[in-house]
Design a protein around this ligand. Structure first.
Ligand SMILES: [Zn+2]
Ligand SMILES: [Zn+2]
Length: 419
């Protein structure tokens, strides 16, 4: 049965593939969630375009101020060391860690900037109903870099670094730091109000092979395939001809290609990298000519022994608990899929969502090391040097995040018996 003008457009849940009809929403913020797994589906809010544009524009202005003005100053006795945002990156470079410097540059500055400029480019022409040229590939690029834009994590790391230094020096926050915090708030607000339907409005664009069954009808069971970028539905038969998505131009796949094999490989790599990341020291703190290298666990114990329980817990959660739990979560879910276990699909999907969401916070320690190295460059008085363990730990964070991205939670639901 072909879709008619009166048929409401359909949307498939990106996490469990359940089909839903797009209906007018009256709830808070106009957000619709999947009735089965709770994932966000779409939002229909008439003021969303203006609001998102305003937030990204404000964030971009704050970004400029955050880079023009000093971020933090450290005062010990008569000596003052002032750092700008970019200093932390160049310091890592000077310490022979260009890869770590590049990772900090991308995640704390370049990707957030691309997110702002990219969204403004996509959304501004929509004010006049125009879709900007190249919107498809820019939207796909932004989709890929979203998890790697870590403004909020950098703010948390800055707080950790400041509290760590309070007992040895006076810390003077700069205009750059205030602008960076504002940028974080505006970016978070913009991301919350953005929806791909602001670029490509809802429309009925696919044939509906049979009436939508209420309850447990997946897109695949209805002969439909969901674009993993913009969620536009296409007939499953389109896969034979490999056409790109009609909206964003992304390659259509029923499920992420070789999801299980790729996720297993990345999890195995992350597990191996955890060994040197924990055995080798991540940084050396030298004060008045004395100091020795410390590992991740050594740093947590040192902070607890110094009475800084809050910081010790943050680093323990971010650097030990989250990477460990993430590896266990994805490994156990992959095993349940491979053994075709049908129990607790909702809990397993939510667990994957949570593990993906919190995974990036493991970068906290890397940002703390970058900031401390940039701030503490006072020779024998106070110096922090990054060590090789930090590079291995950054590789653990990157590989676990890539594992989460390559995992397709719809595979959990594919093992369920058809109703
Ligand atoms: Zn769902
Ligand atoms: Zn698409």
């Amino acid at each position: 049965m072909a879709a008619t003008a009166t048929t409401p457009p359909l949307i498939a849940c990106p996490e469990c593939d359940l089909l839903h009809q797009i209906t007018p929403l009256t709830g808070e913020g106009g957000k619709a969630h999947c009735s089965r797994c709770g994932a966000k589906l779409y939002q229909k809010d008439p003021s969303a375009l203006d609001r998102t544009l305003a937030f990204y524009l404000a964030a971009l202005i704050c970004f400029i101020f955050a880079n023009l003005y000093p971020f933090l100053s450290l005062k010990i006795g008569a000596r003052i060391e002032t750092v700008h945002l970019t200093n932390s990156i160049w310091t890592l470079q000077q310490h022979g860690m260009p890869l770590l410097g590049l990772l900090v540059l991308l995640t704390s500055l370049l990707f957030p900037l691309l997110m702002m400029i990219g969204h403004l480019y996509l959304l501004l022409p929509r004010k006049w109903g125009i879709t900007a040229p190249g919107s498809g590939w820019i939207f796909r690029l932004l989709h890929h870099i979203t998890p790697w834009s870590m403004v909020s994590i950098f703010v948390l790391a800055s707080l950790v670094a400041v509290v760590k230094l309070l007992d040895i020096a006076e810390i003077i926050p700069g205009i750059g730091a205030a602008a960076f915090v504002l940028m974080m708030l505006f970016t978070a607000a913009a991301e919350a109000s953005f929806d791909s339907h602001l670029i490509w409005p809802f429309r009925t664009s696919v044939t509906q092979p049979r009436p939508l069954q209420s309850g447990h009808s997946s897109a695949a069971a209805n002969g439909l395939i969901c674009c993993s970028y913009c969620k536009l539905l296409a007939p499953l038969s389109a896969l034979e001809h490999h056409p790109p998505c009609a909206h964003c131009g992304g390659q259509l796949h029923l499920r992420k290609p070789e999801s299980i094999q790729r996720t297993w490989s990345l999890l195995a790599a992350a597990t191996l990298l955890l060994i040197p990341a924990n055995l080798y020291p991540i940084m050396t703190v030298i004060r008045f000519g004395q100091g020795e290298p410390s590992t991740i666990l050594g740093g947590v114990i040192h902070l607890a022994a110094a009475g800084m329980w809050g910081l010790s817990l943050i680093i323990f959660f971010a650097s030990i608990l989250i990477p460990g739990l993430k590896l266990i979560t994805f490994s156990s879910i992959l095993i349940t899929i491979q053994f075709r276990k049908a129990q607790y699909p909702v809990d397993r999907t939510r667990l994957c969502r949570l593990a993906t969401l919190v995974g990036a916070w493991s970068m906290t320690d890397i940002f703390v090391i970058a900031l401390l190295s940039a701030l503490m460059k006072m020779g024998v008085v106070a110096t922090v040097e990054p060590n090789i363990g930090a590079l291995f730990f950054a590789a653990v964070v990157v590989t676990t995040m890539m594992a989460a991205e390559s995992f397709d939670s719809r595979l959990i639901w594919d093992t369920l018996p058809t109703p």
